[in-house]
Design a protein around this ligand. Structure first.
Ligand code: PTJ
Length: 243
């Protein structure tokens, strides 16, 4: 039982949720390590959404609006942390949701699909094929989902698959607190923010966005600038902490 007056109450609740989901087989054990790394970066950016991340979230909404077949690729951590936010994004944007795992087993796919559906997500079904140019089971995806997508939103992704999706000609948007990660640097667009803060911002921006605004944001997209700005914000935060 975590006392609600604990200064790190929210963070501890999230850890508890992820550990419970790991015990249930929804989150991979490796997902706990990934979360720990993200927590460290969240500390460094002040556990808040920066102006740059807001711009990146609005740009993500713009790219989704412009896409003809956008897909949200959900892994174990994303389902455990943000099933409700995924449902909201799908409700607002109509985005297709596919469960696609790094540590893939049929049992985890079924458990994650069930969790998402209990939160109102319509999860794409079908028979996976080896369409992503990667070895082993990470090549598997649904022909009518990621296989046919022109844009894939892949939060908390690994760099290899991000690069493989780009090699397939897809626009890749990611959410990653680590602006130095290979995924962050390989994606077309990176939102350097915590997943549960970022997804609602994308939904909110999408509902208020006009076609003209979307076009302007898409033309202005410069991921190198967004990553540099995120790193600068981390450095400024550290300097303030030393004052
Ligand atoms: O469920 P599976 O089998 O698909 O596996 C999922 C994990 C996350 C284990 C797998 O994709 C993996 O190993 O990912 P990486 O290579 O550790 O990359 C995950 C990235 O997401 C890291 O750069 C983390 O900093 C970042 N990250 C983790 N949690 C969050 C996050 N970024 C934003 N918000 C978070 N909550």
């Amino acid at each position: 039982m975590i006392p609600p007056d604990h200064p790190r109450y929210r963070s501890l609740l999230v850890r508890e949720r992820l550990s419970a989901c790991a015990r249930e087989g929804i989150v991979a054990l490796e997902g706990l390590a990934a979360h720990g790394r993200a927590e460290a970066f969240d500390y460094l950016i002040g556990e808040t959404t920066t102006n740059t991340a807001r711009l990146a979230a609005r740009t993500a909404a713009a790219l989704i609006l412009q896409a003809s077949a956008p897909v949200l690729s959900v892994n174990g951590n994303t389902a455990a942390l943000a099933a409700r936010e995924c449902a909201d994004l799908q409700e607002v944007t109509g985005i297709t949701v596919e469960v696609n795992l790094f540590h893939r087993t049929e049992e985890r796919l079924a458990k994650i699909t069930d969790l998402l559906e209990r939160h109102g997500v319509r999860v794409l079904g079908g028979t996976p094929e080896r369409l992503v140019p990667l070895s082993h089971d990470r090549a598997l995806c649904l022909p009518g989902g990621i296989g046919a997508a022109d844009l894939v939103l892949v939060p908390l992704e690994d760099g290899d698959r991000c690069a493989a999706l780009r090699a397939m000609g897809k626009t890749v948007v990611t959410i990653d607190l680590n602006p130095l990660s290979r995924t962050a640097r390989t994606a077309n667009l990176t939102i350097v923010d915590e997943l549960t803060r970022a997804l609602p911002l994308v939904s909110e921006a999408y509902s208020a966005m006009t076609v003209d605004e979307a076009a302007a944001l898409a033309v202005g997209l410069d991921n190198h600038y967004l990553l540099q700005a995120a790193i600068t914000e981390i450095i400024r935060g550290l300097e303030r902490a030393l004052d």
